[in-house]
Design a protein around this ligand. Structure first.
Ligand code: PMV
Length: 309
């Protein structure tokens, strides 16, 4: 048997704008998905058929990376599904890792990240490589339009490209507030594209989010949490302008802000989750729960994809 695990992620700055090639900053979080696999007489995922829609990322990953006969797969995940924390990227990366490990191949992170991006792009219709690169590499990822120190790999789709860099962030604890509404990323990404084509203010918001991501990294690196928080708040307003907000996200953000440096939606939005940067995670968690949210505390995760026989 081989097992592989990969972390979830949290986008600190730049979701949606990164799909257009703008800079973005994400970090891996200490919630992981693990996939176990062994050869078997029939295809099984958690004891049922791999044809089930909920296994579409797993199915595409084995189709892409596994050359042998049927597998018995078991998937264990701590990442809540469809709430902007990278559950689909983590399961895709872990499945690609398990398939490589079972075939005795050496795990090359760049190859896994590229294949995982192709799968996510195929399912979503339009995507950036931020989730899949973070799930593969762990730690923190800075996406830029050009190559800088810490370059890991470059990804391309059509006329868009992304240079993916490793970054070290100070260890931070963040509070996630989850709406419990799982909104599909594909239609949200498509909606932003339409808005940008039709409305100059949306196009300007995309560019400003890119600048915020760069300044946000500088502020975080300098441990200037006050400035980081201001930038998170501004990023949240711009995401609302792009039409990916949700009343519950605003409600949780408003509840969290009195005890936070800043708070914003994270991931695709339309439901999903928000994140708060705070010195008092327990207070923020309670504040979000008081207004009806599910909240939990996450930390930076240095480990990316891990495969063990
Ligand atoms: O699918 P989510 O919620 O993890 O969001 C991904 C981030 C987006 O920028 C909205 C899409 C993408 O592919 O980068």
């Amino acid at each position: 048997m081989v097992a592989a695990s990969a972390p979830g992620k949290l986008i600190l700055f730049g979701e949606h704008a990164v799909v257009f090639g703008e800079p973005a900053l994400s970090m891996a979080i200490d919630l992981r998905t693990e996939v176990f696999a062994r050869p078997h007489t029939e295809w099984l995922a958690d004891g049922s058929s791999l044809k089930d829609e909920k296994y579409r990322y797993v199915r595409r990953a084995v189709e892409m990376a596994w050359k042998g006969g049927p597998l018995w797969l078991e998937i264990r995940s701590m990442i809540p599904l469809g709430c902007g924390l990278g559950s689909s990227a983590a399961v895709t990366v872990a499945t690609l890792g398990v398939a490589t490990g079972l075939q005795g191949g050496s795990v090359q992170p760049e190859v896994i990240a590229r294949n995982a991006f192709d799968i996510e792009h195929g399912v979503q219709g339009r995507a950036s490589p931020i989730d899949t690169s973070t799930a593969t590499h762990g730690s923190a990822i800075l996406v830029l339009k050009e190559a800088r120190d810490g370059l890991l790999w470059k990804m391309e789709k059509g006329d868009r490209h992304w240079f993916i860099h490793h970054r070290d962030l100070p260890p931070i604890r963040l509070v996630i507030g989850n709406t419990g509404i799982a909104a599909a990323t594909g239609p949200l990404v498509e909606g932003v594209k339409r808005r940008v084509e039709e409305d100059d203010r949306a196009a300007a918001a995309i560019a400003e989010i890119g600048e915020i991501a760069l300044e946000g990294l500088r502020a975080l690196g300098a441990k200037d949490f006050v400035r980081t928080g201001e930038l998170m708040n501004r990023n949240h307003d711009l995401l609302n302008l792009l039409g990916v907000g949700h009343p519950l996200l605003d409600k949780f953000v408003t509840a969290a802000r009195p005890y936070s440096y800043g708070a914003k939606l994270t991931g695709a939005g339309g439901g999903g989750s928000m994140v708060s940067l705070t010195d008092d995670p327990d207070r923020v968690r309670a504040a979000i729960e008081e207004v009806g949210g599910r909240a939990f505390i996450v930390e930076t995760e240095p480990r990316g994809l891990e495969v063990r026989a």
